[in-house]
Design a protein around this ligand. Structure first.
Ligand SMILES: C[S@@+](CC[C@H](N)C(=O)[O-])C[C@H]1O[C@@H](n2cnc3c(N)ncnc32)[C@H](O)[C@@H]1O
Length: 235
């Protein structure tokens, strides 16, 4: 497997038994087993067609005894026994939050969550923050034309000790210490700037728009400051 986004998800799995929610082709589930990261995996999907594709992958790699295929809306049909990691990748942030919200057992079992939103990352970060989940780390990764962030989160039941402001909602815990990290921050800054410019002409949204533009400037500064530090090392 050479999908950087899914490889980043795999790097954040650390337990024995993973659930890959919305498995589609089943590539991640197969990789988690063949690379020795997990002993077993439940690969689930809400649709039969992707689950059939996952079944083909499982057969191709001879992993029938290691990967269980389940037709399920989110985690609704998943038995929590022994589950250490849950990966929810390639979906919108609102859907990811809703899937987590419906599975109370995630909290009691302190399951390691690996989340990769394609859109609405701000909604997901806020939802996690408001519901007692701490984002422990994020891995930025470039795949094709896009730069994504993969989040690792766990339920703690208390408010995390970082601020949940606009900068956090867009940039999360991504640092500017790698090329992918800098790219992620710059792209998020561009998004904020575009949204902010669209807001400043409206009386009601003006101050929020100004805050977006200011935050975009901050993110650009953070990304380029690290650029300079790195160049300084070579001089
Ligand atoms: C864009 S694909 C992502 C596949 C893979 N996780 C990845 O990141 O490459 C989204 C998959 O999630 C499945 N899906 C969408 N909503 C779901 C839900 N509520 N529960 C389980 N699977 C869902 C879709 O059927 C589809 O196979």
């Amino acid at each position: 497997m050479n999908d950087q986004r899914l490889l980043a998800c795999a790097r954040l799995c650390k337990g024995k038994k993973a659930v890959d929610v919305g498995t589609d082709h089943g590539h991640l589930a197969a990789y988690l087993i063949t690379s020795g990261i997990c002993d077993s995996c439940i690969a689930c999907d809400i649709n039969e067609k992707p689950l059939k594709a996952a079944e083909d992958t499982v057969k191709r790699f001879g992993l029938d005894d290691k990967i269980q295929l389940v037709l399920s809306d989110g985690l609704d049909k998943i038995c929590p026994d022994g589950v250490t990691d849950i990966v929810i990748a390639g979906m919108g942030g609102e859907l990811i939050a809703d899937i987590i919200d419906r599975a109370e057992w995630i909290k009691a079992d302190r399951v390691n969550l690996v989340l990769q939103p394609m859109t609405k990352w701000d909604h997901l970060r806020k939802w996690l923050y408001d519901n007692g989940f701490e984002v422990v780390s994020e891995i930025p990764c470039e795949e094709g034309r896009f730069v994504y962030s993969v989040m690792q989160a766990v339920y703690t039941g208390v408010k995390p000790d970082y601020k949940c402001d606009t900068e956090y909602l867009y940039a999360g815990r991504v640092a500017a210490d790698t090329e992918d990290g800098r790219k992620y921050l710059l792209r998020q800054a561009e998004r904020l700037e575009t949204a902010g410019r669209g807001m400043i002409n409206s009386r009601e949204k003006r101050s929020a728009g100004e805050e977006y533009i200011w935050t975009a400037k901050m993110l650009k500064k953070i990304a380029s400051a690290n650029d300079r530090n790195e160049n300084d090392d070579y001089n």
